[in-house]
Write a protein that binds this ligand. Structure first.
Ligand code: FAD
Ligand code: EPU
Length: 348
């Protein structure tokens, strides 16, 4: 347990904030020890993986528990289907690579997403036509109050677009110890996402390795590397709006793009709704490439807010709020942050 710990290397925005206490947990026992410590000192506890989807708005007044558990195990295999369990502290991209290299397919489209396996179910990570919920069969959790271990089925996780029960009813109540995935031995690929289809269009029968390579290349071409430019990926979700609102906005902006909303059973707007690209709204509101002090809107992908160096949490939140305000004013569409603000905003 380290005291007054600098979290700069533990959040991809690179913000220099401090945790009152910080510890690493490679085992269930170490998680339980940290929980006991926090409980005895009456302090809150925050689990952290790679820190790639968080915005620390101030110093953290409790215990930050960094998951470092390791292990990837095939737990069952039959008829070409493999159940593989990965520990919460495994690096996500390393896990995707491991599966590809050992002939277990399905995760290729999710290559190069920063962070850890244990965070993947939290917001149901997604990219290039695949959401991780399509591959998860179970999530093993440790209850922060009782210290008991349980397994949640895919259905119990109530996954939606960038959403799960871990962001709602179970928020802060479970430590994700491991995740089990159902993968395939057959080299099936999904190139439904337009930019990916375009990238492999010269290949007659694209193989998983080629899809993986294409996804990595697209991502490198438009998303900033946090090691070079602090960011947390898409800062906002793509808004899912009613068809009525879409048609109203499209009267003034006929070129407004729209995508199928997909299955988002736990959001308030479900049926007859469309997803519109936040990047488009932000660009049309004039923010692409703009800077406010040390914080900025990334010039190649305006859904990404960046730390140009030396930005404070207040700089990033102020920029985010101004972007949200002008998009709402211009289009009547409210952007919702994807990044987890710590502490949460009052309306979250
Ligand atoms: P952290 O940021 O450490 O934590 C995120 C949240 O999960 C926090 O609330 C934390 O308390 C909680 N948490 C983490 N681990 C656990 C655990 N074991 N148990 C309980 N709670 C836990 N996301 C996508 O979906 N698609 C993308 O394409 C994508 N691209 C990105 C690109 C870049 C350049 C960056 C910086 C981010 C991107 N992201 C993307 C966002 C981010 O990578 C994912 O959300 C990732 O899953 C976060 O993992 P993490 O380990 O860094 O989580
Ligand atoms: N667009 C613009 N201007 C731009 C860039 C994009 O108008 O400069 C519009 C275009 O209409 C484009 C659309 O936005 O067709 C979609 O752009 P892109 O394919 O780059 O994807 P995105 O919707 O911006 C989402 C995810 C990403 C994920 C990619 C690929 C969200 C919030 N973001 O971005 O996830 O990698 O699709 O699937 O859903 C993340 O969650 O952190 C993340 C990076």
């Amino acid at each position: 347990m380290q005291e007054n710990f600098d979290l700069q290397a533990h959040n991809t925005f690179g913000l220099s904030v401090r945790a009152r206490y910080f510890c690493e947990a490679a085992s269930v026992q170490q998680c339980r020890d940290a929980l006991q410590f926090a409980c005895a000192a009456d302090l809150p506890l925050l689990v952290l993986g790679g820190g790639s989807n968080v915005l620390f708005r101030e110093d953290y007044p409790g215990v930050v528990l960094h998951m470092t558990s390791r292990g990837i195990d095939v737990i069952n295999e039959s008829a070409g289907t493999v159940l593989v369990r990965a520990a919460g502290g495994e690096n996500w991209h390393g896990f995707v690579q491991h599966c590809l290299h050992t002939g277990m397919h399905g995760l290729e489209n999710l290559a190069l997403i920063p962070g850890c396996v244990g965070a993947a179910p939290i917001q149901n990570i997604g990219a290039y036509g695949v959401e991780v919920k399509d591959l998860i069969t179970a999530v093993e959790v440790l209850d922060v109050t009782t210290g008991e271990i349980a397994e949640l089925s895919r259905e119990q996780c109530e996954f939606g677009y960038r959403d799960s029960i871990f962001k709602r009813g179970l928020r802060g109540r479970k430590i994700i110890l491991s995740v089990t995935f159902r993968l395939q031995r057959a080299p099936l690929v999904n190139v439904s996402y337009a930019a990916l289809a375009q990238a492999v269009s010269h290949i007659v029968d694209p193989q998983p390795q080629q899809v993986f390579d294409a996804v990595c290349a697209i991502r490198r071409s438009k998303l900033p590397d946090p090691a070079a430019l602090g960011n947390a990926g898409s800062f906002f979700k793509n808004p899912v709006i009613s068809r009525g609102l879409f048609e109203k906005v499209a009267r003034d902006w006929p070129e407004l793009p729209a995508f199928p909303a997909g299955d988002a059973p736990h959001t308030s707007v479900v049926r007859d709704s469309v997803k519109v690209p936040a990047a488009w709204l932000i660009e049309k509101a004039g923010w692409k490439g703009r800077r406010l002090g040390h914080a900025g809107v990334y010039e190649l992908q305006p859904l990404v807010l960046v730390n140009h160096g030396g930005a404070s949490a207040a700089d990033i939140t102020s920029l985010a709020e101004q972007v949200m305000g002008s998009v709402e004013q211009k289009f009547g569409i409210r952007l919702e942050p994807e990044v987890q603000w710590i502490p949460p905003r009052s309306m979250d």
